[in-house]
Design a protein. Structure first.
Length: 309
């Protein structure tokens, strides 16, 4: 299920890139989440509680709808109109690092440390490598749009955790998608984007349907199931498989092989994630063990390791 989710969501970056060839970005994102939100809302209403009951649940909907659906996806689509979907997926893989840092800043029980700061620096270095300052291969504006979108996603995720509302996940996503899609459509009108009358009949039809029913409906249903099985931290690792699957789909569908620069940027982002999420990485690598005093074999056969203060 985890690999399936990474494959579905990795392929969505290529579908976004393909659809943006004929559909304006905010209309594309808004119509996608309007339809997906209607489908998920129907499923949520039929299978459990759908209506929010208190202030924290309404705030959760506003936070996810505004920051995650409208903010993140709006900037992702605007950025991917300038850069390739494969590069967008690598920048998006920075989300676990930014989420870890945001949690340390916004949540009182998770203060960031020096290793977390180095993790963020490695992640930012990866984005800089992808942007290739001084070169002309990747427009900096597209990179910055996607990066700011990922920062909004991280902030919204941490804020949602702080609210800790009791609204079922499917209901939350349904409401948030409907709210966020309304904001995206409003943004499209303000930008003067032409309404894409042929979004479900022209060359963008297949990517659009894939994004609605594959990436949004099926993808989120798998995500919810995994969330209940393995928890939010481990399911977040899916962001690190998405660039791989996105590159493979881009190679198969568009005939575009991944570049060395993109691969190097991804490795830096992955190193940043490892630093930001691993407890005592030096000890994990066997580079620091002076804290261990002794290890004893207990009566039941388990090893007891004692640490000095």
């Amino acid at each position: 299920m985890f690999v399936s989710l990474a494959s579905i969501w990795g392929g969505s970056f290529v579908a976004i890139e393909m659809g943006l060839g004929s559909v304006p970005p905010l209309w594309f994102a808004g119509l996608r989440y309007l339809l997906a939100g209607a489908v998920i809302s129907g499923v949520a209403a039929a299978t459990g509680r759908f209506r929010p009951q208190d202030r924290s649940e309404w705030l959760s909907i506003a936070l996810v709808g505004g920051f995650v659906v409208a903010g993140y996806h709006g900037l992702l689509y605007l950025g991917t109109a300038v850069i390739s979907g494969s590069i967008s997926s690598v920048i998006v893989s920075l989300s676990p690092v930014l989420t870890t840092v945001a949690a340390g800043v916004l949540l009182a029980d998770e203060s960031p440390g020096v290793v977390d700061a180095f993790g963020l620096l490695f992640g930012l270095a990866g984005v800089v490598v992808i942007a290739n300052p001084g070169g002309s291969s990747v427009p900096l504006s597209g990179v910055l749009l996607v990066f700011v979108g990922v920062a909004l996603f991280a902030t919204g995720s941490v804020g949602l955790r702080a609210l800790d509302s009791g609204l079922p996940a499917a209901s939350l996503q349904g409401w948030a998608m409907l709210l966020g899609s309304t904001m995206l459509v409003g943004g499209a009108v303000l930008r003067g984007e032409a309404f894409p009358a042929g979004v479900v009949s022209g060359e963008s039809a297949l990517p659009f349907l894939y994004l609605v029913f594959g990436a949004a409906v099926v993808g989120y249903l798998i995500y919810f199931d995994l969330l209940s099985r393995i928890g939010p931290v481990r399911v977040n690792y899916v962001a690190y498989l998405e660039p791989v699957t996105a590159a493979m789909v881009a190679w198969a569908v568009l005939g575009r092989a991944p570049t060395t620069t993109t691969a190097a940027g991804f490795l830096l982002v992955a190193a940043g994630f490892a630093l930001a999420t691993t407890d005592d990485p030096l000890a994990r690598l066997g580079l620091r063990s002076e804290g261990i005093v002794q290890s004893d074999l207990s009566d039941n056969g388990s090893v007891e390791v004692h640490y000095a203060d």
